[in-house]
Design a protein around this ligand. Structure first.
Ligand SMILES: Cc1ncc(COP(=O)(O)O)c(C=O)c1O
Length: 380
């Protein structure tokens, strides 16, 4: 991978070392340009056309399906992960007394929509983690005949623990449990294929590893599940035929036939400006390839791990290959002050759950890790 040429897409990295993609990924230049073009159309609606409202969302769904091995019909566009998780929580056929299982260390987006079901008498049970990692045996023990859903992150936000989706998927299938995945900390940086690893639903934001605007996201709903669930909210555009001309001369001929595809979960007009950038960022990620991205980031983190080990830092992330991700967390004395001082050196990381979280992307170089190492040596 030609990192240097891709680095040009992110001119802000000339003035800082950005290692915090798990918080917010930057927009590549090509996406920023697309945003400018889309805003011009907002300024002058005569430039705005069918392609913006229909072709653009269709193209984004298509790119997303390619990214995770799904079909475009299985993708609905959302505004955030939480938006997708609410869709899941509110459309599954859950009844009073039934149970949703969550890891005790989930990002809150994947907690509150499920807790919101408590008022319908649905129970939420938190599975205790083991050294900060999801404990499959504790999950196995928690399953009973009331268990209906497991909702888990692909990659845990604070220590980057990559859950074994294959094993979890199998256990869910064996026990007739819906398998829901929050993909936000993995999709775009780590390979995932819903065809090989069956998942019922996955929600993801665009603003981290997918390098897209805050306010973009998507939801995957498997074609096995789609015909069996209906949206709690509907919008007029989902009822339009795909081949609509956009002339809209008969809008009051109401016909309540929900589409069979995941578009039935989209409500109203699409966020065309955001999608213009989402499309370009997805094209870039697919152009490089998730496998290459993952390999590149793993190499950068390997280099950092060697240093951290040699200096006795406490690494909080699992180093077992199947549980590694593109996030690495470590701790040290005066962690908050180290984090602050790194920022003074213009090195951007984040602090989560007792660790300094490092999350490079494909545009980061080994020189960026050198700068981090030099700064840590200076600070400590
Ligand atoms: C695992 C995970 N899910 C979701 C989100 C973001 O949620 P939302 O898109 O609802 O803002 C984050 C953000 O840090 C996250 O780490």
């Amino acid at each position: 991978m030609d990192v240097i040429s891709y680095k040009k897409e992110f001119p802000f990295t000339d003035t800082c070392i950005y290692l915090d993609n798990a918080s917010n990924g930057p927009l590549p230049e090509r996406s920023v340009e697309a945003l400018h073009r889309a805003v011009q159309k907002g300024e002058n609606p005569t430039l705005f056309g069918h392609e913006d409202v229909f072709d653009l969302p269709k193209s984004v769904r298509q790119l997303l399906s390619q990214l995770i091995g799904a079909k475009p019909e299985e993708i609905a566009l959302t505004q955030s992960t939480g938006h997708g998780i609410n869709i899941a929580a509110n459309c599954l056929d859950l009844h009073k007394g039934e149970k949703v299982l969550l890891s005790e260390k989930e990002f809150p987006s994947n907690v509150y929509p499920w807790l919101n079901l408590r008022r319908k008498g649905i129970e939420v049970q938190f599975i205790p983690s083991k050294n900060g990692c999801f404990d499959i045996e504790a999950f196995r023990r928690a399953i009973d005949r009331r268990t209906k859903v497991l909702a888990i992150s692909f990659v845990q936000f604070y220590n980057g623990f990559r859950n074994d989706l294959e094993i979890l998927s199998e256990m869910c299938r064996e026990n007739g449990i819906y398998f829901f995945v929050d993909g936000s900390q993995g999709v775009g940086a780590i390979e995932i294929n819903v065809l090989k690893t069956p998942i019922d639903m996955l929600a993801c934001c665009g603003s981290k590893w997918l390098l897209s605007p805050i306010g973009t996201g998507f939801m995957y709903i498997s074609e096995r599940l789609l015909p069996r669930i209906d949206p709690a909210n509907v919008g007029w555009m989902s009822f339009l035929k795909e081949e609509t001309t956009g002339i809209f001369e008969h809008l009051t001929d109401y016909d309540f036939h929900l589409p069979i595809d995941a578009r039935k979960f989209e409500v109203g007009s699409p966020p065309c400006i955001h999608l213009s950038a989402f499309q370009k960022s997805l094209e870039l990620i697919l152009e490089i390839g998730v496998k290459s991205i993952q390999t590149h980031i793993t190499g950068l983190l390997d280099y950092l791990i060697d240093f951290l080990h040699s200096r006795g830092y406490d690494i909080l992330s699992s180093l077992e290959p199947q549980h590694r991700s593109t996030i690495l967390s470590f701790t040290t004395q005066n962690m908050l002050s180290v984090h602050r001082k790194l920022r003074e050196h213009k090195i951007f990381t984040s602090v989560r759950e007792g660790g300094i979280r490092i999350s490079p992307h494909f545009y980061n170089t080994s020189q960026d890790i050198d700068r981090l190492i030099e700064a840590l040596q200076l600070i400590q």
